[in-house]
Design a protein around this ligand. Structure first.
Ligand code: GLA
Length: 378
């Protein structure tokens, strides 16, 4: 991971475009505390920002020509170009930038050409939303550069539209809302149907450990699509618009669905309730209960929704074996990626290192500890 900062992105911009940038902004990656695969079902989520961020520096360009250079996203020092208004998918990172300009134009915002540099320390393929961080950072940069009238919620929605319609990933709105609205001290309790949200701080004494397993499966986006389709079939079979419209009283009906739709729907219905209970536990300062909910969420993702993998289960088990850990779970879309553990704040650094070391010995994979951040800016 390389260092990402205001200074680093200014330097990259100047190196690539031979002048100083006009606007410098950033957006964070996110860790979801609980509420997984609920967002595209109209349900509840509870993400928080992580300290790692994507930085963007941008200035006016010529006519409608967009030029972009990224220090971390592959392609080395190459400048990529496209015409604003003539976006064409290329299956590379530039599609996130093109998706954003297309979404902005379709939303009737006047854009012209620009030069843009990107520097990020949000790890790719880690379940920590590097794509939403990029979309939201680019949207913030263009909002400032062109003086666009765009509030933070609309900005998040446009990030999701870019990813759905241009990149072609059928994601929900959680990650863009987190990148646009969350910070790394309070969780964002979000109702993805109404987009109403509330900031809920971690209880005193509570801390987080986030570890990237170093495992990322290339079938993840296909499996994500399959899970989403299964949820839609389950909702249709139960006669509701979305699984969000069901509660625990409906679980006997859910159990009567054919396998695997029964388990998929049970995960979503119980996960929504776990989010609500988690918010109550946080407000009551009940770290023990919150940890139990993390553990129950992981079991549900592993057994019912089937989005975990061996390495992630190992990380969660190792975390659960450590003193000072209240509960741990897979965070993000799954099929690899990262875990989040709720821990005693004072012990978080020690716990992170012990779990990461044990995982490396047992799995042979190289983990990365993202939270707590031991070397800020690295
Ligand atoms: C990915 C998607 C989100 C959400 C999560 C699972 O991160 O981008 O919209 O569906 O998976 O909770």
């Amino acid at each position: 991971m390389s260092n990402a900062s205001d200074a680093a992105v200014r330097e990259h911009f100047t190196r690539m475009f031979h002048r100083d940038p006009g606007v410098v902004v950033s957006a964070p990656g996110r860790v979801n505390l609980i509420g997984e695969h609920t967002d595209y079902n109209g349900g509840y989520v509870l993400p928080m920002a992580i300290p790692q961020r994507t930085w963007v520096a941008v200035s006016h360009g010529r006519d409608h020509q967009a030029r972009a250079a990224s220090r971390n996203l592959g392609g080395g020092d190459r400048i990529r170009e496209f015409t604003v208004g003539g976006e064409v998918p290329t299956k590379s990172w530039i599609d996130y930038v093109q998706g954003v300009t297309q979404a902005l134009r379709r939303d009737h915002h006047a854009l012209r050409g620009f030069d843009l540099a990107i520097v990020s320390d949000v790890p790719l393929g880690s379940g920590l939303s590097s794509s939403a961080a990029l979309e939201v950072a680019v949207l913030r940069g263009l909002r400032d550069l062109f003086g666009l009238e765009l509030d933070d919620v609309r900005l998040a929605q446009l990030g999701q539209i870019a990813e759905n319609d241009f990149v072609g990933a059928p994601v929900g709105v959680m990650d863009q809302m987190a990148a646009s609205l969350a910070d790394d001290r309070t969780a964002l309790f979000l109702d993805t149907r109404t987009l109403r949200y509330e900031q809920v701080p971690l209880p005193p004494g509570g801390g987080l450990v986030v570890i990237n397993s170093g495992v990322a499966h290339n079938h993840a986006s296909g499996d994500y699509r399959t899970r989403r389709a299964e949820c839609e079939r389950a909702a249709a079979a139960l006669g509701v618009p979305q699984l969000r419209d069901l509660g625990s009283a409906d679980l006997p009906r859910v159990a009567a669905l054919p396998d695997p739709l029964d388990r998929r729907a049970r995960h979503v219905v119980t996960e929504d309730e776990r989010v609500l209970e988690s918010v109550a536990a946080m407000k009551a300062g009940d770290l023990r209960r919150l940890g139990e909910l993390f553990a129950a969420s992981h079991a549900s993702q592993r057994d019912d929704f089937e989005v975990s993998v061996r390495e992630i289960d190992l990380l969660v088990d190792l975390a659960h074996a450590e003193p000072g850990v209240f509960g741990a779970r897979l965070t993000g879309g799954g099929f690899g990626g990262s875990i989040v553990a709720l821990v005693e704040a004072a012990a978080s650094a020690v716990i992170g290192e012990r779990v990461a070391r044990a995982y490396q010995e047992r799995s042979g994979h190289t983990p990365t500890i993202l939270v707590p951040q031991t070397h800020p800016g690295m």
